[in-house]
Design a binder for this molecule. Sequence first.
Ligand SMILES: [Zn+2]
Length: 136
Amino acid sequence: MPYCTSCGKEVQDGVNFCPHCGKPLQAQQPAPSRTVMPMDSEDLELHLIRQQAEKLSEAEKIMFYEQKKKSEAIGILLALFLLGGAGQIYAGKTLRGILCIIFSWLIIPWIYAIYDTYKSIRDYNTRLYMVILGSK
Ligand SMILES: [Zn+2]
């Protein structure tokens, strides 16, 4: 037997209004399923991570986050000593990374790629944290 959320008295199953106080009762609607198609590969990755994280306990979520997050240090080392775009590809910005590799001889795209790698990894980790630990 459910209870009225407004006055707290017992009400019959399936009624739309409370017979005691007249307030409309919330219908028990099933939660809408998340079937939104992700737009890019990073969204798809985070979408899959969200699905995995939903089954985990709080302690497991923290470990999962630590395991999935990307390292700014690795990204910057790749961007500095390999090619700028390599850092961006590591950060999940594949297309931008390829463009920066093609134009890295112009130096400016290389410098931009180092900055963008750092920023992209920070953004990614923030979103990852929200997806894994901020979902509840
Ligand atoms: Zn009521």
